[in-house]
Design a binder for this molecule. Structure first.
Ligand code: ZN
Length: 217
C-alpha cells in the first residue's frame, strides 16, 4: 500500500488554466450524488466524467478496492457504461496518485472509504480541484453511512437520486432493502442481494404486510 503524505504536504502544480481571481486560486466544488441502490448514482457520476473529458480536462476516477464487482480497475453503471478507475484502500492515497493539474477527481461507492475522505476532499476543493462523489446515503437498515454523512456537510452541490420501487413500481424509492446474504450492513452486492423500495413499501415489508419474496421472479 502506498504511504499517504501529510495533508499539508500536498501542493498543486502551477497550472495556467486554473481558476484564479485576484491572485487567489478559486476553490473547487464538491458534488455529492446520493441515493439507494439502482438510482443511477454511478450513471450520473460518469455523465460528469464525460463532460470533463469532452472539455479535454484532465481527471482521475477512483473507487474503493473492496468493490470488485466489475473488475478491480473499472467503474461501471448498471446501464453498462464504464470508466477506468484507480482502486483505493485508503482515501489519502489520492494525494499521492494525482499529478496536481487535474480539473476534477471522481470517487464512486464512496461510502466504503474511511471518513478520511472528508479531509482529502476538503484539501482538493481548497486547491481548486472539483470533487465528485457518488454513494449510498443509508444502509438497508436505514443507518446513515458515516463517510457519506460527513461529505454531505461539506458538499456545496447535493444530488439526491431516486430509484423505481421494486414493489409498487413508483419512481420514489429512497431506500435499499436486503433480500438475502445475512444481516451485515457493509456487504457489497447486486440484484441477488438488494432491492430498492419506497418508504411505504419498506414499512409494509417490515410489518409483514408484503411478502417480498413473492415479488422476486
Ligand atoms: Zn413502493
Amino acid at each position: 500500500m502506498r504511504k499517504a503524505p501529510a495533508l499539508g504536504a500536498f501542493l498543486v502544480k502551477y497550472d495556467p488554466c486554473r481558476k484564479i481571481r485576484g491572485g487567489m486560486i478559486l476553490s473547487g466544488n464538491l458534488t455529492l450524488i446520493v441515493g439507494p441502490m439502482y438510482s443511477g448514482k454511478t450513471t450520473e457520476l460518469l455523465s460528469f466524467v464525460e463532460i470533463y473529458k469532452l472539455g479535454k480536462k484532465k481527471i482521475k476516477v477512483f473507487k474503493p478496492s473492496m468493490d470488485i464487482r466489475y473488475g478491480v480497475e473499472k467503474v461501471r453503471a448498471h446501464s453498462g457504461i464504464e470508466e477506468d478507475a484507480i482502486p483505493l484502500e485508503n482515501p489519502e492515497e489520492i494525494l499521492n496518485i494525482i499529478d496536481g493539474d487535474e480539473k476534477a477527481i471522481f470517487i464512486d461507492e464512496v461510502q466504503f472509504l474511511s471518513v478520511k475522505v472528508y479531509d482529502v476532499a476538503k484539501k482538493l476543493v481548497d486547491e481548486g480541484i472539483d470533487v465528485f462523489c457518488a454513494g449510498l446515503d443509508m444502509t438497508y437498515k436505514q443507518n446513515p453511512f458515516d463517510t457519506t454523512s460527513k461529505l454531505l456537510s461539506l458538499a456545496n452541490v447535493v444530488i439526491k437520486k431516486r430509484a423505481v420501487c421494486f414493489i409498487c413500481g413508483e419512481h420514489n424509492a429512497t431506500l435499499s432493502f436486503k433480500i438475502s446474504g445475512g444481516e451485515s450492513e457493509i456487504d457489497i452486492g447486486g440484484k441477488e442481494k438488494y432491492i430498492a423500495v419506497c418508504r411505504d413499501c419498506y414499512n409494509k415489508i417490515q410489518r409483514g404486510e408484503i411478502d417480498v419474496h413473492s415479488h422476486i421472479g
